[in-house]
Design a protein around this ligand. Structure first.
Ligand SMILES: Nc1nc2c(ncn2[C@@H]2O[C@H](COP(=O)(O)OP(=O)(O)OP(=O)(O)O)[C@@H](O)[C@H]2O)c(=O)[nH]1
Ligand SMILES: [Mg+2]
Length: 304
């Protein structure tokens, strides 16, 4: 199954973002620390490169991610910065004030010419839906200036926030891109609640998630559901959760949908423990395989 979600408000938000980029100094791209590759939007990267804006990549929700995987991602991102790319990275949780307090200094390091009382640092916060952009904006502003919620597309239009004389922020609607080339990216994004619920089927996403977790985090699954998941594929795991939790339909058939939603919610909320869906190594291996949703020649440029 390939998952894509590009509702109308995203097309206009992309246009608006392209205009605003001319007026900002840096982009803070918020990604999900549990899937830093799949949650990095190639469209945002090409928009900001077009304007030659530096980028601070914030691996947010690090409180939910596997610390070892996050450390590996940070090493990989530091290596790519060393190759001259004007991208820096930080892993944090925007629910922690001391983590958020690091951001203004890191942003200023990327735009040192704005360290001037007469010229405020202008930062555009971008990213895919539901990664915590508005939560970060509120934490930086130290007041509630933006709505937040655990659903994609809470923010539907761009907003400018003058934090003080030296710091201006732009909150933007979450952006996906029109064609997600690798089906596993779409599935990771849906599992992590970055995609509208009408664009996927819970059971299919949970089958993918279950198989990934049975392979990488069997101990977390057995601690939560009290059975041994070794050797199970996704559908087996969903059946086992249904059985264990007593989710049955008429005729004794396992209620797979209810079990699927349980698994998705337990992953999303962190109830299963700290989990990362990809590492730099798993991403490199995935990218080495041909995409199964081919991009027609010339289309990439048209979308940039
Ligand atoms: N565990 C955890 N949850 C977070 C963190 N940051 C944000 N959240 C939660 O993630 C959800 C989405 O937050 P928002 O700030 O609305 O996300 P957004 O990127 O602005 O989303 P859109 O406007 O829909 O694109 C909310 O339920 C937040 O409470 C974090 O660091 N850790
Ligand atoms: Mg928002």
């Amino acid at each position: 199954m390939s998952i894509g979600w590009f509702p109308g408000h995203m097309a206009s938000a992309r246009k608006k973002a392209a205009e605003t980029l001319a007026k900002v100094d840096i982009v803070v791209e918020v990604v999900d620390a549990r899937l830093p590759g799949a949650s990095s939007n190639p469209m945002i990267d090409s928009l900001r490169r077009h304007r030659q804006r530096p980028c601070l990549k914030v691996l947010n929700k690090a409180d939910l991610a596997d610390p070892q995987a996050t450390a590996a991602w940070m090493r990989a991102l530091v290596d790519s910065a060393a190759k001259g790319d004007k991208v820096r990275a930080v892993a944090l949780t925007c629910r922690k004030a001391s983590d958020v307090a690091r951001i203004p200094r890191l942003a200023l390091e990327l735009a040192p010419h704005r360290d001037n009382p007469l010229k405020p640092l202008r930062v555009m916060v971008m990213g895919i839906p539901n990664v915590g952009k508005s939560t970060l904006i509120n934490a930086l502003a130290k007041r509630k200036v933006a709505n937040v919620g655990d659903e994609p597309a809470i923010t539907k239009s761009q907003q400018r926030i003058d934090v003080n004389d030296q710091f201006v922020l732009f909150d933007t609607p979450g952006l996906l891109w029109p064609r997600i080339e690798h089906p596993s990216d779409g599935l990771m994004l849906a599992a992590s609640h970055a995609v509208g619920v009408n664009a996927y089927i819970d059971e299919e996403v949970a089958n993918f998630l279950g198989e990934a977790l049975a392979g990488r985090y069997p101990a977390l699954l057995s601690a939560r559901y009290r059975f041994d998941p070794s050797g199970m594929d996704g559908p087996d795991l969903i059946d086992a959760i249904a059985k264990r939790r007593g989710f049955v339909l008429k005729g004794g058939i396992p209620d797979r949908e209810k079990a699927a939603i349980t698994l998705l919610n337990d992953y999303r909320s962190g109830a299963l423990g700290r989990i990362s869906l990809e590492t730099p190594a798993s991403r490199a291996a995935m990218l080495a395989e041909p995409a199964t949703v081919p991009v027609p020649p010339g289309d990439e440029a048209a979308e940039a």
